[in-house]
Every structure is written in structure tokens, then in C-alpha cells.
Design a protein around this ligand. Structure first.
Ligand code: FAD
Ligand code: UDP
Length: 377
């Protein structure tokens, strides 16, 4: 047998698993259908700037072990995500915090802000009449009330997910913090940043000394023959595709980007601006240099790269980005998971193969745990 593991996909799950396997002396081949390694973390250098080709990626975690793990390959910078929301030209700080409340209502004290939120929440809670919020709209109205919902959530969410908020699960909105302090840090996690030099440094270090093959589609080359070259398969591609869609297709949301170079050192003054009204067709505009350049460094680099992010329903041939965790898709994914559990010597891992809305740190954690379970057996 040539390899202990054939690993399909070079994103963070595949790369982390490959690293752990190599540490225990296992021999791996990583195949990747794209022309480059790194999955969705891949960055392309344009005008000296690392451009997040598959969407803005900000690393954040509350797990010190995972933070130490990634920092052992590459130090991370001090980037803190503080997106701004633009609603019909009005600017608001995110996540929802005292700055936002001041901008929305002119309130100055914590008491005033709490009173305003409570008054709005009360309206929503009354209409629920004691039952739990059943969808994102009800959940958001109960958490933050109608002013924030209509200006900062409703239209953005509908653009992002292509569905009315009444048809989306409540949990999506529980990801966003609500704070009564003047703190624009989008995440509550104690550890946050961007790898210095970009994510490609992290991926290349994880995969150092491991055989990799890009432009190589598992379904084109290995699906029926992989057992001839490897003992085990680690599959990080789409769950339904592995089974040739035999139970039906899972839905995904996809994202497309219009990226351009602007002839100015500082285009919008922030890495992320969310457009929370329907009049802008994109959900956000990313100015990539602000992830890695701070202070004078912004001006030392004379140009800038800007990406408009558009959200769309997935169609075959597009990139699968976000799982759509509604009832139909969750039930279908469960049926596929039952099939997956019966596959011998195959590990299904990561965002696509688990059909799970995963951030980077939990993906790394899951890959390490999966590897530990196998290698410490
Ligand atoms: P991927 O990175 O998707 O890697 C899977 C790889 O498998 C891909 O390279 C794919 O080409 C390859 N593959 C699939 N099928 C085949 C096949 N048949 N043959 C060969 N190769 C195949 N997380 C954060 O923590 N912070 C963020 O700010 C953040 N922002 C995000 C923004 C966007 C727009 C998106 C979509 C996700 C974001 N995430 C973020 C989540 C993050 O991208 C994922 O957690 C992470 O990429 C998951 O890694 P993975 O290895 O599971 O999947
Ligand atoms: N969201 C919103 N307005 C914003 C930002 C986010 O309503 O300005 C909602 C939206 O429904 C989104 C959810 O909050 O799906 C979670 O946001 P997050 O930024 O965590 O989503 P991601 O882009 O990472 O999937």
C-alpha cells in the first residue's frame, strides 16, 4: 500500500489532519481539485496585498490550545474585526453595542439604552405569548427589537440567505453579540487575528513535507480506485456529492466577489463594511489591506484592493459555501450522515462533508480530535 491516508481537500480540515498524521509517521497524499492549496482560506497577492479570494477570513477562538497550535506555525497579528454597517448611507457600529445604540437613538447612558431595548423587546415577547421564537425574525425581535431588526438585520440577512427571515433558523442570529459597553469588537473570543503574511503561510507550514496534488478531482481520478493506493480516506468535499446525490441534492448558499484595484491607499477606512439595505446589491465590501496593514503601513502601500461580496443560491458548478440548515436540508443531511457512518475506512470531516456552519478554529479542533482518536487508539 502506498499511502496510509488519501486526503480529499486541502482546506483547514484536510491540512490539519494531514499534519497530525505526519507527526505520527503516517504517509499521506492530499488531493485538491482547485489549482491551489488552502480551501477557502486561500489568499492571492495583488498589489502587495493578501486578497482573501473566498471571502474575508478572521481567525477567532476561545480555545487557547488551538490559538497556540496555529501560532506555533505562524504568528498572528492584532487585527480585531470591527465592521461598520451602512444602511441607506447611515453608518452604525457593529456588533450591537453602546456605540450602535447612541447612533440609533441618541441615548448616552447604559440605563437609557437598556430601557430602549427592553421596550422594543417587550413588544416582540408579548406577541409570542410565552412560546419560544420559532425563526430568525422572531428571535431577532426578541433579542434586539424592531429598530435594529429593520435597519441592521432584516435586509442584510435576506440578501445573505435569499430567504425571508421568517423561514430561517433562529440560531443564525444568536451568533451576534449584544453589549451594553462601548466595544466594537465583533467577537467575544479572547484570541483573534490574521496570520502575519497571510493564511497561505499557515497552510504551507501544515502541509510541509506532505505530498500534495492540485487540480486533482477525487471524482475524476480516485473515487472507484482509492482503496488500491491508500488504507483510509479522509473526505472533506460535499457530503451529497460523495454519494452521487442519490438521496437528492443538499442546498447551499454561494458567494461571488467582484474584486478591483483602487488607485488610492485608503478606500473605505475599514476592512469590512456591511450594506444592510436592499438598495446595495452586495452584502459587504471588503478592503483587504486593513487585515494586515495598520497605521502608516496603509499609506506606504499606494493602492488598495476592494471586493464586493454577493450572496446567491448555489447551482451545480458553483462553489458550495454555506449549508442551508433548514428543516428539509437538516433531515436530508441526517440521511446522508447515516450512509456516511456505514462507509468503511472513510472519515468525513469539515464544513462540506459534515454539512455544518463551521468557523476555522472549530474545524481545526475537530481535525485534531479526529486524528487523536485514531492515532492514540
Ligand atoms: P474548505 O476550506 O472548503 O476546504 C475543502 C477543500 O476540499 C476545498 O479546497 C475544495 O476545493 C476541496 N474539494 C472539495 N471537493 C473535492 C474533490 N472532489 N476533489 C478534491 N478536492 C475537493 N471562518 C472563520 O473562522 N472566520 C471567518 O471570518 C470566516 N469567514 C468566512 C467567510 C466565508 C465567505 C465563508 C464561506 C466561510 C468563512 N469561514 C470563516 C469559515 C471557514 O471558511 C471554514 O470554517 C473553513 O474553510 C473550513 O475548512 P474545510 O477544510 O472544512 O473546508
Ligand atoms: N447579520 C445581520 N447584519 C449584519 C451582520 C450579520 O443581520 O450586519 C446576521 C446575518 O443573518 C448573518 C448572521 O447575523 O447570517 C451571522 O453573522 P456573521 O457575521 O456571524 O455571519 P458570517 O458572515 O460569518 O456567516
Amino acid at each position: 500500500m502506498k499511502y496510509d491516508y488519501l486526503i480529499v481537500g486541502s482546506g483547514l480540515f484536510g491540512a490539519t489532519f494531514a499534519y497530525c498524521a505526519r507527526q505520527t509517521g503516517k504517509h499521506c497524499l492530499v488531493i485538491e481539485k482547485r489549482p491551489h492549496l488552502g480551501g477557502n482560506t486561500y489568499c492571492e497577492k495583488i498589489e502587495g496585498i493578501n486578497v482573501h479570494k473566498y471571502g474575508a477570513h478572521i481567525f477567532h477562538t476561545n480555545n487557547k490550545e488551538i490559538w497556540d497550535f496555529v501560532n506555533s506555525f505562524v504568528p498572528f497579528n492584532r487585527y480585531t474585526n470591527c465592521p461598520i454597517a451602512n444602511y441607506h448611507g447611515e453608518l452604525y457600529n457593529l456588533p450591537f453595542n453602546m456605540n450602535t445604540f447612541t447612533q440609533l437613538w441618541g441615548v448616552r447612558t447604559i440605563e437609557e439604552a437598556k430601557a430602549k431595548i427592553d421596550e422594543q423587546r417587550a413588544e416582540a415577547l408579548t406577541s409570542l405569548n410565552g412560546r419560544e421564537p420559532a425563526n430568525l425574525e422572531e428571535q431577532a425581535l426578541c433579542l434586539v427589537g424592531k429598530d435594529i431588526f429593520y435597519k441592521l438585520i432584516k435586509e442584510y440577512t435576506e440578501k445573505q440567505w435569499g430567504r425571508p427571515c421568517t423561514e430561517l433558523p433562529a440560531f443564525i442570529i444568536r451568533r451576534l453579540p449584544l453589549r451594553f459597553v462601548f466595544d466594537n469588537n465583533y467577537f467575544n473570543d479572547p484570541y483573534q487575528g490574521i496570520p502575519i503574511g497571510g493564511y497561505n503561510v499557515l497552510i504551507n507550514k501544515l502541509l510541509e513535507g506532505i505530498e500534495t496534488n492540485t487540480n486533482c478531482d477525487f471524482f475524476g481520478e480516485f473515487k472507484d480506485s482509492w482503496r488500491e493506493i491508500a488504507d483510509q480516506l479522509v473526505y472533506t468535499g460535499p457530503l451529497d456529492e460523495y454519494f452521487n446525490f442519490r438521496l437528492g441534492r443538499l442546498d447551499w448558499r454561494t458567494v461571488t466577489f467582484k474584486t478591483r484595484v483602487e488607485n488610492t491607499p485608503n478606500y473605505q477606512g475599514n476592512a469590512v463594511i456591511n450594506y444592510t439595505s436592499h438598495d446595495a446589491p452586495y452584502t459587504r465590501v471588503i478592503e483587504h489591506k486593513h487585515f494586515e496593514m495598520f497605521g502608516q503601513a496603509v499609506y506606504n502601500c499606494p493602492k488598495t484592493v476592494v471586493s464586493e461580496e454577493y450572496s446567491a443560491e448555489y447551482k451545480p458548478g458553483m462553489e458550495q459555501f454555506y449549508p442551508v440548515n433548514d428543516e428539509r436540508n437538516n433531515a436530508l443531511a441526517d440521511q446522508y450522515r447515516e450512509l456516511a457512518a456505514k462507509e468503511e475506512n472513510v472519515i468525513f470531516g469539515g464544513r462540506l462533508a459534515e454539512y455544518k456552519y463551521y468557523d476555522m478554529a472549530p474545524v481545526i479542533e475537530k481535525a485534531i480530535k479526529t486524528a487523536n482518536i485514531i492515532f492514540l487508539r
